[in-house]
Design a binder for this molecule. Structure first.
Ligand SMILES: Nc1nc2c(ncn2[C@@H]2O[C@H](COP(=O)(O)OP(=O)(O)OP(=O)(O)O)[C@@H](O)[C@H]2O)c(=O)[nH]1
Ligand SMILES: [Zn+2]
Length: 241
């Protein structure tokens, strides 16, 4: 069994790691480990693979994946999270590295219920940045200190970072992680998420190449559709049986 099992108080580490267990998935087998952030109580998960022998790269690939229940679990096309998760796990399983699944990051830190409020404002015309602002909430309140601490504990201090968000590598560098390369995630833009991706590119400085999607989908993009019948508190009807 690995030396990493048990408490992971390395230096000023703010996370505690549990046992490493094997997780067989549709992408292949990973070693996973839960980590508890002692300052917030958030429970994160590292998902690691040594990579395929023939395709393994010398510098490990790392993805910091912010929790997105709608995209990751339900396959929502309002954002690109679910497809980025698929892309990252497949690539990490090939090339070797770790995905850190960051809980408490839902909605860029505002939580699930507030993300739904933000979606409602987006259905009324706001973009993803304006919606958070209209709610009086930060546009992005995520913090990567716990993620950096997990990477230090795993010995991943020199990495290639799988992300389109330049803030992540800047934040990791501040926490003593050397990012030698930023590897973009290539997932398809869709009519349902093109405006969201454009806002990330134009207002949040994400490195997203959207020109071919814009010429292909430009005319189809609209404010996200809401259901024809809006359900409000206590009005929700069950399925007709
Ligand atoms: N507040 C809010 N959060 C959103 C919205 N759409 C997705 N999210 C959250 O955004 C987070 C992902 O952030 P993104 O900006 O998509 O991507 P990123 O993690 O910064 O960058 P990448 O590494 O390139 O994926 C997840 O926690 C999602 O829940 C939205 O419209 N409003
Ligand atoms: Zn998402």
């Amino acid at each position: 069994m690995s030396e990493r099992v048990g408490s992971e108080q390395i230096g000023e580490s703010m996370v505690k790691g549990g046992p490493i267990v094997s997780l067989p998935t549709r992408y292949g087998r990973f070693d996973v480990q839960a980590w508890v952030d002692s300052s917030t109580g958030a429970e994160h998960l590292s998902v690691s693979s040594a990579g395929d022998e023939a395709q393994r790269q010398s510098v490990p690939l790392v993805r910091l994946h912010s929790e997105c229940l709608t995209g990751d679990v339900f396959g929502s096309y309002r954002c690109d999270c679910g497809e980025q998760l698929d892309y990252a796990l497949a690539m990490i399983h090939r090339e070797g590295g770790t995905l850190v699944y960051l809980r408490g990051h839902e909605g860029r830190g505002i939580g699930l219920a507030n993300k739904m409020r933000a979606y409602s404002l987006q259905e009324a015309g706001a973009d993803t940045v304006e919606a958070n602002e209209q709610l009086g909430l930060p546009v992005d309140s995520r913090d990567y200190a716990a993620a950096a601490s997990i990477l230090h504990s795993l010995g991943l201090v020199h990495i290639r970072l799988l992300s389109n968000n330049p803030l992540k590598s800047e934040d990791l560098s501040r926490h003593g992680i050397t990012v030698s390369d930023i590897v973009p995630t290539h997932v398809p833009a869709r009519a349902e998420n093109l405006r969201y991706l454009q806002t990330k590119r134009d207002r949040m400085h994400h490195a997203l190449e959207l020109s071919s999607a814009e010429s292909r989908l430009g005319s189809k993009v609209a404010v996200p559709e809401s259901n024809a019948v809006h359900e409000t508190n206590n009005e929700r009807k069950g399925p007709a049986l």
